[in-house]
Design a protein around this ligand. Structure first.
Ligand SMILES: NC(=O)c1ccc[n+]([C@@H]2O[C@H](COP(=O)([O-])OP(=O)(O)OC[C@H]3O[C@@H](n4cnc5c(N)ncnc54)[C@H](OP(=O)(O)O)[C@@H]3O)[C@@H](O)[C@H]2O)c1
Length: 313
Protein backbone atom coordinates (compact mmCIF):
# COMPACT_ATOMS: atom_id res chain seq x y z
CA UNK A 1 0.00 0.00 0.00
CA UNK A 2 3.07 2.21 -0.17
CA UNK A 3 1.75 3.96 -3.30
CA UNK A 4 -1.67 4.60 -1.79
CA UNK A 5 -2.37 8.33 -1.70
CA UNK A 6 -3.52 10.13 1.40
CA UNK A 7 -6.70 12.16 0.93
CA UNK A 8 -5.34 15.52 2.10
CA UNK A 9 -8.07 17.75 0.66
CA UNK A 10 -10.45 19.29 3.20
CA UNK A 11 -13.63 21.18 2.30
CA UNK A 12 -15.26 23.70 4.65
CA UNK A 13 -18.51 22.07 5.82
CA UNK A 14 -20.80 25.06 5.41
CA UNK A 15 -21.02 27.33 8.44
CA UNK A 16 -20.28 24.52 10.94
CA UNK A 17 -16.57 25.37 11.08
CA UNK A 18 -15.82 21.66 10.48
CA UNK A 19 -13.52 20.65 7.61
CA UNK A 20 -14.33 17.40 5.84
CA UNK A 21 -12.59 15.07 3.41
CA UNK A 22 -14.27 14.77 -0.01
CA UNK A 23 -14.51 11.00 0.50
CA UNK A 24 -16.53 9.94 3.54
CA UNK A 25 -17.84 6.58 4.73
CA UNK A 26 -21.49 5.47 4.56
CA UNK A 27 -22.43 3.02 7.30
CA UNK A 28 -25.63 1.44 5.89
CA UNK A 29 -24.21 -1.74 4.29
CA UNK A 30 -22.06 -2.78 7.28
CA UNK A 31 -25.26 -2.80 9.36
CA UNK A 32 -27.81 -4.16 6.92
CA UNK A 33 -25.46 -6.86 5.60
CA UNK A 34 -24.32 -7.79 9.12
CA UNK A 35 -20.66 -7.50 8.15
CA UNK A 36 -18.26 -9.21 10.53
CA UNK A 37 -16.45 -7.03 13.05
CA UNK A 38 -12.87 -7.67 11.83
CA UNK A 39 -13.78 -6.74 8.28
CA UNK A 40 -15.43 -3.51 9.43
CA UNK A 41 -12.39 -2.68 11.58
CA UNK A 42 -10.15 -3.19 8.53
CA UNK A 43 -12.21 -0.95 6.24
CA UNK A 44 -12.69 1.85 8.79
CA UNK A 45 -9.08 1.98 10.00
CA UNK A 46 -7.84 1.91 6.41
CA UNK A 47 -10.05 4.89 5.53
CA UNK A 48 -9.04 6.88 8.63
CA UNK A 49 -5.35 6.07 8.06
CA UNK A 50 -5.60 7.47 4.54
CA UNK A 51 -7.20 10.80 5.33
CA UNK A 52 -10.94 10.09 5.28
CA UNK A 53 -12.41 12.02 8.21
CA UNK A 54 -16.21 11.69 8.03
CA UNK A 55 -18.23 8.64 9.11
CA UNK A 56 -22.00 8.43 8.57
CA UNK A 57 -24.40 6.01 10.23
CA UNK A 58 -27.98 5.88 11.58
CA UNK A 59 -29.90 4.44 14.49
CA UNK A 60 -31.94 2.29 12.10
CA UNK A 61 -28.98 0.72 10.21
CA UNK A 62 -29.23 -2.36 12.43
CA UNK A 63 -25.78 -2.96 14.05
CA UNK A 64 -23.97 -0.14 12.21
CA UNK A 65 -23.60 2.29 15.12
CA UNK A 66 -22.41 -0.46 17.48
CA UNK A 67 -19.85 -1.70 14.92
CA UNK A 68 -18.48 1.83 14.46
CA UNK A 69 -18.33 2.45 18.21
CA UNK A 70 -16.70 -0.90 18.79
CA UNK A 71 -14.06 -0.67 16.05
CA UNK A 72 -13.05 3.02 15.94
CA UNK A 73 -14.59 4.45 19.11
CA UNK A 74 -11.03 4.80 20.42
CA UNK A 75 -10.12 7.05 17.44
CA UNK A 76 -12.96 9.49 18.01
CA UNK A 77 -10.75 12.58 17.53
CA UNK A 78 -9.89 11.43 13.99
CA UNK A 79 -13.32 11.87 12.44
CA UNK A 80 -16.49 13.89 12.13
CA UNK A 81 -19.32 11.60 13.28
CA UNK A 82 -22.77 11.84 11.71
CA UNK A 83 -25.84 9.82 12.67
CA UNK A 84 -29.59 9.95 12.05
CA UNK A 85 -32.75 9.41 14.01
CA UNK A 86 -36.53 9.59 13.92
CA UNK A 87 -37.61 6.09 12.86
CA UNK A 88 -38.88 3.54 15.34
CA UNK A 89 -36.01 1.40 16.60
CA UNK A 90 -35.72 -1.78 18.67
CA UNK A 91 -35.85 -1.20 22.39
CA UNK A 92 -37.32 2.31 22.15
CA UNK A 93 -41.07 2.28 22.60
CA UNK A 94 -42.19 5.70 21.31
CA UNK A 95 -43.87 6.73 18.05
CA UNK A 96 -41.66 7.70 15.10
CA UNK A 97 -40.70 11.40 14.82
CA UNK A 98 -41.97 12.31 18.31
CA UNK A 99 -39.66 14.34 20.61
CA UNK A 100 -39.62 11.38 23.04
CA UNK A 101 -38.44 8.94 20.35
CA UNK A 102 -35.81 11.38 19.06
CA UNK A 103 -34.41 12.04 22.54
CA UNK A 104 -34.27 8.32 23.39
CA UNK A 105 -32.74 7.49 20.01
CA UNK A 106 -29.97 10.08 20.46
CA UNK A 107 -29.20 8.69 23.92
CA UNK A 108 -28.97 5.19 22.45
CA UNK A 109 -26.72 6.42 19.60
CA UNK A 110 -24.31 8.02 22.07
CA UNK A 111 -24.05 4.69 23.89
CA UNK A 112 -23.66 2.55 20.77
CA UNK A 113 -21.10 4.90 19.24
CA UNK A 114 -19.13 5.10 22.52
CA UNK A 115 -18.94 8.87 22.41
CA UNK A 116 -19.99 11.84 24.52
CA UNK A 117 -21.05 13.97 21.58
CA UNK A 118 -22.18 13.31 18.01
CA UNK A 119 -21.00 16.01 15.59
CA UNK A 120 -24.06 16.00 13.36
CA UNK A 121 -27.50 14.45 13.98
CA UNK A 122 -29.90 14.35 11.03
CA UNK A 123 -33.64 13.72 10.85
CA UNK A 124 -33.71 10.50 8.83
CA UNK A 125 -35.81 11.31 5.76
CA UNK A 126 -39.13 12.30 7.34
CA UNK A 127 -41.74 13.80 5.02
CA UNK A 128 -42.25 17.53 4.57
CA UNK A 129 -45.37 17.60 6.78
CA UNK A 130 -43.36 16.21 9.70
CA UNK A 131 -40.75 18.91 9.07
CA UNK A 132 -43.46 21.59 9.01
CA UNK A 133 -44.84 20.42 12.33
CA UNK A 134 -41.50 21.47 13.85
CA UNK A 135 -41.33 19.26 16.94
CA UNK A 136 -38.82 16.79 15.46
CA UNK A 137 -36.29 19.52 14.66
CA UNK A 138 -36.98 21.15 18.03
CA UNK A 139 -36.01 17.88 19.73
CA UNK A 140 -32.69 17.88 17.85
CA UNK A 141 -32.04 21.47 18.89
CA UNK A 142 -32.81 20.59 22.50
CA UNK A 143 -30.17 17.83 22.27
CA UNK A 144 -27.78 20.42 20.82
CA UNK A 145 -28.36 22.74 23.78
CA UNK A 146 -27.75 19.78 26.11
CA UNK A 147 -24.36 19.18 24.45
CA UNK A 148 -25.28 15.73 23.05
CA UNK A 149 -24.94 16.80 19.42
CA UNK A 150 -22.99 19.68 17.87
CA UNK A 151 -25.13 20.36 14.77
CA UNK A 152 -28.60 19.43 13.52
CA UNK A 153 -29.74 18.68 10.00
CA UNK A 154 -31.86 16.66 7.60
CA UNK A 155 -31.26 13.71 5.29
CA UNK A 156 -33.62 13.47 2.34
CA UNK A 157 -34.46 14.63 -1.13
CA UNK A 158 -36.45 16.87 -3.47
CA UNK A 159 -38.97 19.37 -2.03
CA UNK A 160 -38.51 18.19 1.58
CA UNK A 161 -34.72 18.65 1.49
CA UNK A 162 -35.05 22.09 -0.15
CA UNK A 163 -37.56 23.07 2.56
CA UNK A 164 -35.36 21.70 5.38
CA UNK A 165 -32.39 23.71 4.08
CA UNK A 166 -34.25 26.94 4.85
CA UNK A 167 -35.16 26.08 8.45
CA UNK A 168 -33.51 27.91 11.35
CA UNK A 169 -31.25 25.52 13.23
CA UNK A 170 -30.45 23.27 10.25
CA UNK A 171 -26.68 23.26 9.57
CA UNK A 172 -26.23 20.16 7.37
CA UNK A 173 -28.16 18.51 4.53
CA UNK A 174 -27.57 14.96 3.29
CA UNK A 175 -29.09 14.28 -0.13
CA UNK A 176 -28.79 11.88 -3.09
CA UNK A 177 -26.65 13.05 -6.00
CA UNK A 178 -24.96 10.70 -8.47
CA UNK A 179 -24.67 9.88 -12.16
CA UNK A 180 -28.21 8.40 -12.12
CA UNK A 181 -29.78 10.88 -9.67
CA UNK A 182 -29.23 14.53 -10.59
CA UNK A 183 -32.46 16.40 -9.74
CA UNK A 184 -31.22 17.47 -6.29
CA UNK A 185 -28.40 19.40 -7.98
CA UNK A 186 -30.96 21.98 -9.10
CA UNK A 187 -33.66 21.40 -6.48
CA UNK A 188 -31.59 21.37 -3.28
CA UNK A 189 -28.06 22.75 -3.80
CA UNK A 190 -29.18 26.36 -4.52
CA UNK A 191 -30.86 26.33 -1.08
CA UNK A 192 -27.86 24.82 0.73
CA UNK A 193 -25.63 27.44 -0.91
CA UNK A 194 -27.96 30.30 0.09
CA UNK A 195 -27.93 29.15 3.72
CA UNK A 196 -24.24 28.13 3.81
CA UNK A 197 -24.98 24.55 4.91
CA UNK A 198 -22.69 21.53 5.00
CA UNK A 199 -23.62 19.12 2.18
CA UNK A 200 -23.00 15.41 2.34
CA UNK A 201 -24.05 13.20 -0.57
CA UNK A 202 -25.68 9.83 0.03
CA UNK A 203 -25.73 7.04 -2.57
CA UNK A 204 -22.81 8.89 -4.24
CA UNK A 205 -21.84 6.09 -6.66
CA UNK A 206 -25.45 5.19 -7.49
CA UNK A 207 -25.27 1.92 -5.50
CA UNK A 208 -22.82 0.63 -8.16
CA UNK A 209 -25.64 0.67 -10.75
CA UNK A 210 -23.35 -0.71 -13.47
CA UNK A 211 -23.45 -4.11 -11.68
CA UNK A 212 -26.07 -6.70 -12.61
CA UNK A 213 -28.88 -6.65 -10.03
CA UNK A 214 -28.29 -10.37 -9.41
CA UNK A 215 -24.75 -9.53 -8.28
CA UNK A 216 -25.97 -7.01 -5.67
CA UNK A 217 -25.98 -8.36 -2.11
CA UNK A 218 -29.18 -9.03 -0.11
CA UNK A 219 -31.61 -6.11 0.11
CA UNK A 220 -29.51 -4.11 -2.40
CA UNK A 221 -31.03 -6.19 -5.24
CA UNK A 222 -34.26 -4.27 -4.68
CA UNK A 223 -32.75 -1.03 -3.40
CA UNK A 224 -30.47 -0.55 -6.45
CA UNK A 225 -33.13 -1.45 -9.04
CA UNK A 226 -34.24 2.11 -9.94
CA UNK A 227 -30.64 3.26 -10.53
CA UNK A 228 -29.85 0.08 -12.51
CA UNK A 229 -32.77 0.85 -14.82
CA UNK A 230 -31.74 4.51 -15.19
CA UNK A 231 -28.11 3.59 -15.82
CA UNK A 232 -29.12 1.30 -18.71
CA UNK A 233 -31.39 3.98 -20.20
CA UNK A 234 -28.68 6.65 -20.02
CA UNK A 235 -26.46 4.59 -22.37
CA UNK A 236 -23.20 6.07 -21.07
CA UNK A 237 -19.94 4.81 -22.57
CA UNK A 238 -16.76 5.13 -20.46
CA UNK A 239 -14.57 5.39 -23.60
CA UNK A 240 -16.60 8.38 -24.83
CA UNK A 241 -16.02 9.99 -21.42
CA UNK A 242 -12.24 9.63 -21.87
CA UNK A 243 -11.78 6.48 -19.74
CA UNK A 244 -10.60 2.97 -20.64
CA UNK A 245 -13.66 0.86 -19.92
CA UNK A 246 -16.24 -0.51 -17.47
CA UNK A 247 -13.62 -1.01 -14.75
CA UNK A 248 -13.54 2.79 -14.41
CA UNK A 249 -17.21 3.21 -13.39
CA UNK A 250 -16.53 3.53 -9.64
CA UNK A 251 -13.98 6.29 -10.31
CA UNK A 252 -16.17 8.08 -12.88
CA UNK A 253 -19.18 7.94 -10.56
CA UNK A 254 -17.34 9.25 -7.49
CA UNK A 255 -15.54 12.01 -9.36
CA UNK A 256 -18.83 13.11 -10.98
CA UNK A 257 -20.41 13.60 -7.55
CA UNK A 258 -17.35 15.33 -6.11
CA UNK A 259 -17.14 17.67 -9.13
CA UNK A 260 -20.64 19.01 -8.45
CA UNK A 261 -20.32 22.56 -7.07
CA UNK A 262 -21.67 22.79 -3.52
CA UNK A 263 -20.96 19.14 -2.58
CA UNK A 264 -18.58 18.79 0.37
CA UNK A 265 -18.31 15.04 0.98
CA UNK A 266 -19.52 11.82 -0.68
CA UNK A 267 -20.22 9.00 1.78
CA UNK A 268 -19.64 5.75 -0.10
CA UNK A 269 -20.90 2.62 1.63
CA UNK A 270 -18.60 -0.36 1.42
CA UNK A 271 -17.91 -3.61 3.21
CA UNK A 272 -14.88 -4.36 1.03
CA UNK A 273 -11.31 -3.18 1.80
CA UNK A 274 -10.31 -3.38 -1.90
CA UNK A 275 -13.18 -1.07 -2.84
CA UNK A 276 -12.25 1.28 0.00
CA UNK A 277 -8.72 1.45 -1.45
CA UNK A 278 -10.05 2.10 -4.95
CA UNK A 279 -12.27 4.89 -3.61
CA UNK A 280 -9.33 6.56 -1.84
CA UNK A 281 -7.37 6.47 -5.12
CA UNK A 282 -10.31 7.87 -7.08
CA UNK A 283 -11.01 10.66 -4.57
CA UNK A 284 -7.37 11.78 -4.74
CA UNK A 285 -7.71 12.32 -8.53
CA UNK A 286 -9.92 15.37 -8.06
CA UNK A 287 -12.41 16.86 -10.50
CA UNK A 288 -13.74 14.98 -13.51
CA UNK A 289 -12.74 16.66 -16.82
CA UNK A 290 -15.42 19.27 -17.65
CA UNK A 291 -16.38 17.53 -20.91
CA UNK A 292 -17.05 14.23 -19.10
CA UNK A 293 -19.08 15.99 -16.40
CA UNK A 294 -21.17 17.81 -19.03
CA UNK A 295 -21.73 14.58 -20.99
CA UNK A 296 -23.10 12.80 -17.89
CA UNK A 297 -25.40 15.76 -17.10
CA UNK A 298 -26.55 15.74 -20.74
CA UNK A 299 -27.22 11.97 -20.77
CA UNK A 300 -29.38 12.25 -17.64
CA UNK A 301 -31.48 15.11 -19.02
CA UNK A 302 -31.84 13.39 -22.40
CA UNK A 303 -33.01 10.12 -20.81
CA UNK A 304 -35.49 11.93 -18.53
CA UNK A 305 -36.70 15.02 -20.42
CA UNK A 306 -39.89 15.33 -18.32
CA UNK A 307 -38.15 15.35 -14.93
CA UNK A 308 -39.72 12.11 -13.64
CA UNK A 309 -36.44 10.76 -12.22
CA UNK A 310 -36.71 12.43 -8.83
CA UNK A 311 -34.19 12.14 -6.00
CA UNK A 312 -34.25 8.66 -4.44
CA UNK A 313 -34.45 8.27 -0.69
N1 LIG B 1 -32.17 8.19 3.65
C1 LIG B 1 -30.91 8.26 3.98
O1 LIG B 1 -30.56 9.01 4.88
C2 LIG B 1 -29.89 7.43 3.24
C3 LIG B 1 -30.29 6.65 2.16
C4 LIG B 1 -29.29 5.97 1.48
C5 LIG B 1 -27.97 6.05 1.88
N2 LIG B 1 -27.61 6.79 2.97
C6 LIG B 1 -26.20 6.89 3.42
O2 LIG B 1 -25.37 7.03 2.28
C7 LIG B 1 -24.39 5.97 2.26
C8 LIG B 1 -24.03 5.61 0.85
O3 LIG B 1 -25.15 5.11 0.15
P1 LIG B 1 -25.23 3.57 -0.28
O4 LIG B 1 -24.34 2.77 0.58
O5 LIG B 1 -26.68 3.26 -0.34
O6 LIG B 1 -24.76 3.63 -1.78
P2 LIG B 1 -23.37 3.91 -2.56
O7 LIG B 1 -22.33 4.39 -1.62
O8 LIG B 1 -23.68 4.73 -3.75
O9 LIG B 1 -23.02 2.45 -3.07
C9 LIG B 1 -22.68 1.43 -2.20
C10 LIG B 1 -22.45 0.15 -3.00
O10 LIG B 1 -21.34 0.35 -3.87
C11 LIG B 1 -20.41 -0.71 -3.72
N3 LIG B 1 -19.06 -0.13 -3.87
C12 LIG B 1 -18.42 0.75 -3.07
N4 LIG B 1 -17.23 1.09 -3.56
C13 LIG B 1 -17.11 0.40 -4.72
C14 LIG B 1 -16.08 0.30 -5.70
N5 LIG B 1 -14.92 0.99 -5.61
N6 LIG B 1 -16.29 -0.53 -6.76
C15 LIG B 1 -17.44 -1.24 -6.88
N7 LIG B 1 -18.45 -1.19 -5.99
C16 LIG B 1 -18.27 -0.37 -4.92
C17 LIG B 1 -20.64 -1.29 -2.34
O11 LIG B 1 -20.40 -2.68 -2.38
P3 LIG B 1 -19.14 -3.32 -1.57
O12 LIG B 1 -19.59 -3.39 -0.14
O13 LIG B 1 -18.97 -4.63 -2.23
O14 LIG B 1 -17.98 -2.39 -1.76
C18 LIG B 1 -22.13 -1.01 -2.10
O15 LIG B 1 -22.94 -2.09 -2.48
C19 LIG B 1 -25.07 4.85 3.05
O16 LIG B 1 -24.15 3.86 3.43
C20 LIG B 1 -25.69 5.65 4.15
O17 LIG B 1 -24.69 5.99 5.10
C21 LIG B 1 -28.56 7.52 3.64
Amino acid sequence: MADLPIVTERRPFGKTGLEVSPLGFGGAPIGFLETERERVAGVLNLLLDHGVNLIDTAAMYRGSEALIGDTIGDRRDDFVLVSKCGHKIDGVDFEAWTPELITASINRSLEQLKTEVIDVMLLHSCDIDTLKKGEALDALLKAKRAGKIRFAGYSGDNEAAAYAAGLDGVSVIQTSINICDQRNIDAVLPETRDHDLGVMVKRPIANAAWKKLDDQPGMYKNYASEYTKRFAEMGLNPKKLGFEGAKDWPEIALRFTLSTPGVHTAIIGTTNPDNALANIRAAAKGQLPVEAYAAIRGAFNKADPDGKWTGQT
